[in-house]
Design a protein around this ligand. Structure first.
Ligand SMILES: Cc1cc2nc3c(=O)[nH]c(=O)nc-3n(C[C@H](O)[C@H](O)[C@H](O)COP(=O)(O)OP(=O)(O)OC[C@H]3O[C@@H](n4cnc5c(N)ncnc54)[C@H](O)[C@@H]3O)c2cc1C
Length: 423
């Protein structure tokens, strides 16, 4: 079969944003997605009346690319409280709003979470991340996030009790080896907006993008087995020719598909990346032990749990009436899931008392490849070329940075690369 359109492989945010940009330019396209729906790593399952995102994640409403493309009102975004509740030394401690009110973040001089000078350092780091453009932030010297925090003079207590679980939960990297450029980006995003959940679940984001596209242009349950610069072959054996192939699959799937394409080994090396893994466990509870929409962090560094939250407290639309959804995030994946579950339960009972023993398990999501690993020098070129010498165009969060915003930007850049034509 031949088409005069662009062939997009992958219906995650990158593929969808590429399609939206092509659509705006009046260029026909066909998008091929192997799964039963678009969304890629952003999917939401309905289980017993609960909305379970496939791995806990949040949408930062300050993401600049998302602001351009998404209708926030229709998404009915519900914010978390800025800051966190830190579990440390057998108690919960509030870290109010380090992003916008650093002076008030650490309640008292006796707080074990951070020192008085940490407040000043948060304020100065924050203003340095707000300076200039986002590109300026991604041009700052690159080291690991941990080294950057240490260089900035943060105390060991605030690093261990707040930054490690907080950023570790965002980068899915407990060692904080992720590029300091991501740290600056995330700090800026939290300082200028809120972490939110869409009322209908995270999948509402890709669904809103897909709704902008003609239904006939999206072919679900169509796995692409082979890509060429201007053709693809489906797993069914069907070969389709087009004007251009755009590869919008996750980093872990790129290597396989590029193996047959004419990409050079160097090009393959820039796109095929290791990933960060995570396990998310959801429970149903009859009530929430915490009344506010806050993220709870493990500041002790002991036990498997990195963070806990109650999405139904953020927005009741995440569960049936009278029920509470408990989301527990564990970094990495466990060799022995049963043992992990037992350890998680024990820890939840320590934190929340005997009521946690009655929480019933809804589902466990084990996600071996949640984010591309972006340790230095991964972001030494923050925007990697999307057009390969072979003639293929590639996009995905591995081209920009490991975030919803990065995936969206990469998709737009892929479409623009096509519209500009080969140079
Ligand atoms: C648990 C978790 C937590 C996260 N937390 C956050 C967060 O809090 N904030 C944030 O900004 N980001 C977060 N992220 C990252 C964010 O979700 C991703 O960066 C983004 O969704 C990636 O989009 P993408 O289009 O690049 O890739 P993907 O979403 O992976 O899309 C790739 C698509 O290609 C399809 N595909 C693969 N191979 C083929 C093939 N052969 N044929 C056809 N189709 C194929 C896949 O099915 C998939 O739909 C998180 C991710 C996870 C998993």
């Amino acid at each position: 079969m031949a088409t005069d359109g662009v062939l997009i492989v992958g219906g995650g945010l990158a593929g969808l944003c590429c399609a939206v940009r092509l659509q705006q330019a009046g260029v026909p396209f066909q998008l091929f997605e192997s799964a039963d729906a678009v969304g890629g790593r952003i999917r939401t399952d309905m289980v017993d009346g609960f909305r379970l995102d496939r791995g806990f994640q949040v949408f930062l409403d300050s993401y600049p690319e998302a602001r351009e493309l998404l209708d926030y009102e229709a998404l009915r975004l519900k914010p978390f409280l800025p800051g966190a509740l830190v579990r440390y030394g057998g108690r919960f401690h509030t870290l109010a709003d380090p992003w916008r009110r650093p002076g008030k973040a650490i309640g008292s001089v006796f707080s074990p979470i951070g020192t008085f000078s940490d407040k000043l350092r948060i304020a100065s780091f924050r203003s340095s991340t707000l300076r200039g453009s986002l590109d300026d932030q991604f041009a700052a010297p690159e080291t690991t996030s941990l080294e950057s925090l240490q260089q900035h003079g943060f105390s060991a207590s605030i690093i261990e009790r707040f930054f490690r679980p907080f950023l570790g939960g965002i980068f899915l990297d407990p060692e904080l080896r992720t590029s300091s450029r991501m740290l600056r980006f995330v700090f800026r995003m939290f300082s200028t907006g809120n972490a939110t959940l869409p009322a209908d679940g995270m999948e509402a984001i890709p669904r809103q993008l897909a709704a902008k596209l003609p239904a006939t242009s999206i072919r679900l349950r169509n796995r692409v087995a082979k890509v060429e610069p201007r053709a693809i072959t489906l797993a069914s054996g069907e070969r389709i020719e087009g004007r251009q192939t755009v590869l919008a699959v996750e980093g872990s799937a790129v290597r396989e598909l590029l193996a047959d394409a004419a990409a050079t080994p160097e090009e393959r090396a820039t796109v095929a990346e290791a990933g960060q893994s995570v396990t998310c466990i959801y429970f149903s509870a009859s009530s929430a032990p915490v009344a506010e929409p806050v993220l709870i962090l493990n500041g002790d560094g002991e036990g498997p749990v990195n963070n806990v939250c109650f999405p139904t407290v953020v927005t009741p639309t995440y569960g049936p009436a009278g029920k509470t959804l408990v989301s527990v995030t564990v970094l990495g994946t466990a060799a022995d899931p049963q043992r992990l579950l037992a350890d998680v339960r024990r820890q939840l009972e320590q934190w929340f008392g005997s009521e946690a023993a009655a929480w019933s398990i809804l589902r466990v999501y084990t996600i071996p490849f949640a984010l591309p690993r972006q340790f230095p020098p991964a972001l030494s070129t923050p925007r990697r070329a999307v057009r390969l010498a072979s003639g293929l165009i590639v996009c995905g969060d591995h081209r920009d940075n490991a975030s919803i915003n990065g995936a969206m930007v990469s998709g737009r850049r892929a479409a623009e690369a096509f519209l500009e034509g080969p140079r």
